[in-house]
Design a protein around this ligand. Structure first.
Ligand code: MLT
Length: 331
């Protein structure tokens, strides 16, 4: 009987610990796809200081930069199963797990930082949060705004769609982006972000696209020479939390996490406004050459919107959904 009583009280103690566990102090692990100094890093730092301030330093987090915790796609899977707490990654690498997020990666939908803020912080963003919880088991709690994805390459200045011919361009494993390059007449090379620097360095690929601040934080100027100012995707990069980890928190802590995410999001917009031009100038000073797309980018725009949008209406939730997004942007 004594043994049984002991087992029972052990079980009771376990239940008590489990019940108390939401209140335990946590150090969340946050995977970050990019290097130091980028918009993802900045969002992460802002999130951590807001979280510490809101929880009296009960909760904090550690950032693991440069894809140390796996490819961006892996981090979504790991957060979904609860083996990773959080990740900051490009939206295009979430789209394969939750296709309606593709409304934000359709070419030439987001045409400014203000458009990006309006969509992510309004009802459309909220719907995408819910869809991502449902489809991918992760919750978007904040956004980094990273600027337009400009095209870089090591071979020659590119101004027109015709100039792309013969270039091997790496793209994320994102169908919308793959189809966009196809509409521009080339077959791009889909590849994980974590493999991209060495592929550029070893000349497995000639070019890629990413925002100025990302090009800078990843030191791509060491392996790329030419930039084309295309504006087909304005890069937004969510901070996601494992839904299982989120639901395991107390109500008060969930509130703190959500508010910290909102504050970090505001900070991210300020960071981009303050830093993008200086970083562009620095890349030029380091020898990169910037070209403007010919004819105000008209050919890039028309090929991408006419052929790519219709292919993805179904996966993003219908043509009506895309029209609702455009309407929300006043177009
Ligand atoms: C990508 O190109 O895969 C992403 O934009 C990389 C990133 O997270 O910055």
């Amino acid at each position: 009987a004594a043994t049984r009583l002991k087992a029972f009280s052990c079980a009771l103690a376990t239940v008590a610990v489990m019940a108390a566990s939401p209140a335990l102090a946590k150090t969340f692990k946050i995977a970050v796809g990019d290097g130091a100094g980028g918009t993802q890093h900045e969002l992460g730092k802002a999130f951590i200081s807001a979280l510490e301030a809101k929880t009296g330093k009960k909760h904090t987090a550690t950032l693991f930069l440069n894809g140390q915790l796996g490819s961006e796609e892996d981090t979504v899977n790991n957060a979904a199963t609860g083996t990773l707490d959080m990740s900051i990654l490009a939206i295009n690498n979430v789209t394969p797990f939750s296709p309606t997020v593709g409304t934000l990666t359709l070419p030439y939908v987001i045409l400014s930082l203000e458009d990006a803020e309006k969509l992510t912080q309004g009802p459309i963003g909220q719907e995408l949060v819910e869809n991502t919880v449902r489809d991918a088991g992760v919750r978007i709690i904040g956004w980094a705004y990273s600027g337009f994805r400009v095209l870089t390459n090591s071979k020659r200045p590119v101004e027109s769609v015709a100039d792309l011919k013969g270039l091997v361009v790496r793209v994320p494993k994102n169908e919308i982006m793959i189809e966009t390059y196809k509409a521009w007449g080339i077959n791009p090379t889909p590849m994980a972000w974590s493999e991209t620097f060495s592929a550029l360095q070893q000349k497995v690929v000639d070019g890629q696209d990413n925002p100025y601040i990302t090009v800078h934080s990843m030191k791509f100027d060491e392996v790329q020479k030419y930039i084309t100012n295309i504006r087909y995707i304005f890069s937004i990069e969510p901070l996601i939390i494992s839904e299982a980890v989120f639901q395991d928190l107390s109500e008060q802590d969930r509130k703190a996490v959500l508010e910290a995410g909102k504050e970090a999001t505001k900070h991210s917009a300020q960071f981009l406004r303050a830093k993008e031009n200086a970083i562009k100038a620095e890349l030029t000073a380091r020898g990169m050459k910037i070209s403007e797309p010919a004819g105000g980018e008209a050919e890039f725009i028309s090929l991408a919107t006419k052929t790519v949008w219709p292919k993805f209406y179904d996966s993003v939730g219908g043509a009506a959904k895309v029209n609702a997004v455009l309407k929300a942007l006043g177009r």
